[in-house]
Design a protein around this ligand. Sequence first.
Ligand code: AVJ
Length: 329
Amino acid sequence: MQQSSRRLTVRTPQVENDADEFGAEVRAGLTGEHKTLPCRFLYDRRGSELFEQICELPEYYVTRTEREILENNADAIAALFPEDLAMVELGSGSSSKTRVLIEAFLRSNGRLRYVPMDISKKMLVESSEALLEDYDGLKIVAIAAEYSTGLRQLGREAIERKLILWLGSTLGNFERKDSARFLARIKATMTGDDRLLVGIDLRKDKAVLEAAYDDAQGVTAKFNLNLLVRINSELGGNFDLRHFRHEASYEEESGRVRSNIVSLREQTVHIRELDMYVEFTAEERIHTENSHKYSLAEIDALAQASGLRVTQQWFDSDDRFALNLFAPA
Ligand code: AVJ
């Protein structure tokens, strides 16, 4: 422990999110004509646990497929960076897939600096400590912050050549033009030798996608409806979960899975802390998440719009998912 703490530095450039932010977003999202709640609020403690369960579901191929690609190509990826390297990860979460890469770099270079970034400081510190116990040769600078603050902090760190990871097709949650904008911001932190490795889920059959986002065991439904549980416990809401259901539908043309919470009847919900009544008609929806899927042409266009170019791509055996290495154009 003693030794691992000497190899761990934690930066907290951001004061922990104030509880007011959730309330303000809930009020704004449930007031308009088209109700909506931001997907970043899906990940409280319970939501993060449910997401970990989603990753194990037979229908949710995303995590398993990306891990398969990483396992098959980790040594080839490590071989691209023969000198000292800092591996930065956006939204590192439990870092479980990243272990595959960490191990490959330690095999080839003997040491590695890892810079995980996550909004949950608790998860960040716990997973960093676990990594340091398992791997000698690893040093960690953990940054507890949202993306934009984290990227700014990254600019202040004196680090060698870097490989930035953004895994899990998290990019899919962004509107297409926003993901290009965000990649351009990442690019602004890169020198010519730095690289960016991004996991992107590919367009595929509607039935496969809808099953992946509405599994038979109902775990994804629980994950989505957890937003209402949060409103109840944190803001004094009285949502009755029996009168709402989860829905996921793939829109072929726009290439996105839309997740909604559907009101099963006409009803009024009270949110005490916001001093607010929310009326629902039967079948009215709260939009909670978009998960965009990409074609290879769309990935190229995305790179181009961000000032990047694709230098290498790796796929799984069924071409469900792409791991993309980008360089500054
Ligand atoms: C973590 C954003 C990649 O969109 O596939 C999984 C979240 N939502 N099941 C995704 C999610 C429903 C996931 N990302």
